[in-house]
Write a protein that binds this ligand. Structure first.
Ligand code: GLN
Length: 399
């Protein structure tokens, strides 16, 4: 064997797939890492810095000690699917779901969305996404081989032009992604907006994939699930999770509600992607879904108080604020504060005065649209938010 051939063999060809080349590390999680490194108060990645309810933590521990440590049924433990159907019907009377044929339990809403796209879309299909959007949806589409078509949500109220929505729907379009309450803007889609969307879906025979994880965080308005609108249940895939509602983002337990014919495709993909979500945490999630109705009122009130600390603090520091009607983010405009772009400004803010947020461009396919924006997350203890407010008050304009 020649030296050349041996040398060539010793050098593996290292490349990543064309799909993986098309997206980068999550900017949200990167900002969070930088915040930890620099000792900043992190309002970047949206997760609580306070404990989950005692009874559900106990249920998780109990499940492990009861030896619920082997695989659950791939599409979800029966006790959890029953709890999902029960809780959904209690919250939205009339929305009755068959837990045997219409629910798939997934590793968080994150897996729910990607399993939905992979299970229901083909390469070359198009999917409509409102922009700005939660950063996962674009990689989800890339992994599926589907092409995103973006429809703008226009500040300050983040409304959309119904004609733009109609124009975005081509003969290749298969689905619309809807996230209400909305990350990153805090928008809660109104009934008339949902009706417009539903009308387009019916006219053009589209599916709607809804990410409903902020359903219990509505400060103004009302969360109306798309599946409850006339004629929409049969074309809606409703994705949800325990992460936000019960303050357990690390449990990775979510679910997808879809008509049986669609559930078949979602379950097939889910089975081979992950086999299933953590079995003991599925048992604990069932307990969470059984919490009394009073839990949700207290949960919402605590978030309203958090919002009402952060929003004025940001305004006082010179940010232009879109006051969120829902979810737990505040989208801001930084152009009165700085000429820097969002990424430069976000990095500076982490060092001085020591508050982490997420650059607006990470929520846009057209990054220039987010260059003057920054998103702050407020699922934090009031003490954390007050600490952030104090630091922001010391914010110095760019020299
Ligand atoms: N949904 C949260 C956010 O937008 C967490 C994102 C994530 O890291 N998956 O910040």
């Amino acid at each position: 064997m020649t030296v050349d051939r041996a040398a060539r063999r010793a050098q593996p060809t290292l490349r990543i797939s064309a799909k993986a080349e098309r997206f980068t590390e999550s900017v949200i999680r990167e900002m969070n890492r930088l915040a930890v490194l620099e000792g900043a108060v992190s309002l970047a990645q949206g997760f609580p810095d306070f404990p989950a309810p005692e009874e559900i933590k106990q249920a998780a521990a109990d499940a492990i000690f009861a030896d619920l440590n082997q695989y659950a049924i791939t599409w979800g433990a029966k006790v959890l699917r029953d709890a999902i159907a029960g809780k959904t019907a209690r919250t939205y009377p009339g929305w009755d779901i068959d837990p045997e044929t219409e629910i798939t339990v997934t590793c968080g809403a994150t897996e729910g969305m990607v399993a939905t796209m992979l299970g229901l879309l083909d390469p070359g299909d198009e999917v409509i996404i409102f922009e700005p959007f939660y950063e996962n949806y674009a990689p989800d589409a890339i992994l599926t081989g589907a092409t995103p078509r973006y429809v703008a949500l226009e500040p300050p109220d983040w409304s959309f032009d119904p004609d733009a929505l109609r124009d975005a729907a081509s003969p290749r379009t298969r689905a619309i992604v809807l996230n209400s309450p909305h990350n990153p803007t805090g928008k809660v889609f109104s009934l008339s907006e949902l009706e417009t969307l539903a009308a387009v879906a019916r006219e053009r025979d589209l599916l709607v994939f809804t990410d409903d994880i902020y359903e219990h965080l509505v400060y103004e308005g009302e969360h109306i699930p798309m599946a409850t609108l006339p004629g929409m249940r049969e074309r809606t895939v409703s994705i949800n999770s325990v992460s936000k509602t019960y303050s357990v983002t690390g449990w990775r337990v979510g679910w997808v509600i879809a008509p049986p014919a669609l559930t078949t495709g979602i379950r097939r993909v889910h089975d081979f992607l992950t086999v299933g979500a953590a079995a003991p945490l599925q048992a604990a999630a069932a307990v969470a879904l059984g919490l009394p109705a009073s839990y949700y009122g207290g949960f919402l009130a605590s978030y309203r108080a958090r919002r009402d600390v952060l929003v004025p603090a940001l305004e006082a520091a010179g940010f232009q604020v879109s006051r969120p009607n829902g979810a737990y983010y505040v989208m801001t405009d930084i152009s009165r504060l700085t000429g820097e772009d969002d990424v430069t400004f976000a990095r500076r803010l982490i060092r001085d005065p020591g508050v982490a947020a997420v650059p607006g461009s990470s929520f846009y396919a057209h990054p220039e649209l987010g260059r003057s924006k920054l998103r702050f997350a407020f699922p934090k203890q009031l003490a954390t938010l007050h600490a952030a407010a104090e630091r922001l008050a010391a914010l110095r304009p760019a020299g």
